[in-house]
Design a binder for this molecule. Structure first.
Ligand code: G3P
Length: 223
């Protein structure tokens, strides 16, 4: 399992972080991870992860996997193939890829059996508390209205961080990550002070003019 506190960089499908550009961002993540000795995990699409996981010393997870067995499923991907192709874990139920509660349950259980890390996303404290009953490894709370914006969850909705941690910990001791609009060391520091074990971030790194500088600045908030 990964070190805590940690940063997950979600590459999404931004031009700057996908296809031929994915290695550029992975080079930066690997450099910062090694120079600063902190945990940084990359969430990639399945094609980029397959092509790149052996070339980097960076834990890689998938942004989405389907809750299906082998069979007649066109265009789907299951956890067995994900593991065989190098994924250490997966994001489940991201706001941009919502799933049913039944599928979330299947994916968490399969991941546990296969020793893969499950990071389940939730849109608010109540949903975070409900998902804690399914016992994922991490719960990542992101208010959807702040995703991709300039104001972070730490600044705009700090109470949701505290409430999420209370809701989750009242069910079981699961690590909580928070995300949406995270941009700098103050955002990370505040999230950790409020009890989070790390952050989930995309645009603040991927779309930064200087991703290396942006990532280093975020790390300052962790140490
Ligand atoms: O998965 C992380 C993400 O949804 C947050 O996006 O761009 O607000 O950091 P962003």
């Amino acid at each position: 399992m990964w070190k805590i506190p940690m940063i997950i960089v979600n590459f999404k499908l931004y031009r700057q972080s996908s296809g031929i550009n994915a290695p550029l961002l992975l080079d930066i993540i690997q450099k910062v991870r090694e120079e600063r000795g902190v945990e940084i995990v990359a969430a990639l699409n399945s094609m980029d992860l397959t092509a790149l996981h052996e070339k980097y010393n960076v834990p890689m997870i998938l942004q989405h996997v389907d809750a299906v067995d082998f069979g007649a499923h066109t265009g789907k991907l299951n956890l067995v193939v994900a593991k065989e192709r190098g994924a250490e874990g997966l994001l489940i139920n991201h706001s941009e890829r919502r799933l049913t509660i039944a599928d979330i349950d299947i994916l968490i259980s399969q991941a546990r059996k296969m020793n893969m890390v499950s990071v389940v996303c939730a849109n608010n404290p109540r949903v975070s508390g409900a998902l804690a009953f399914l016992a994922p490894d991490f719960i990542a709370m992101e208010p959807p209205e702040l995703i991709g914006g300039d104001i972070s969850v730490s600044k705009a909705r700090p109470e949701t961080i505290t409430e999420t941690i209370e809701a989750v910990k009242s069910v079981r001791d699961i690590s909580v990550l928070v995300g949406a609009g995270i941009k700098n060391r103050e955002d990370v520091k505040r999230a950790i002070e409020l009890g989070a074990q790390g952050v989930l971030i995309a645009s603040g790194v991927v779309k930064a003019k200087d991703p290396y500088g942006a990532l280093n600045d975020l790390v300052e908030g962790m140490i």
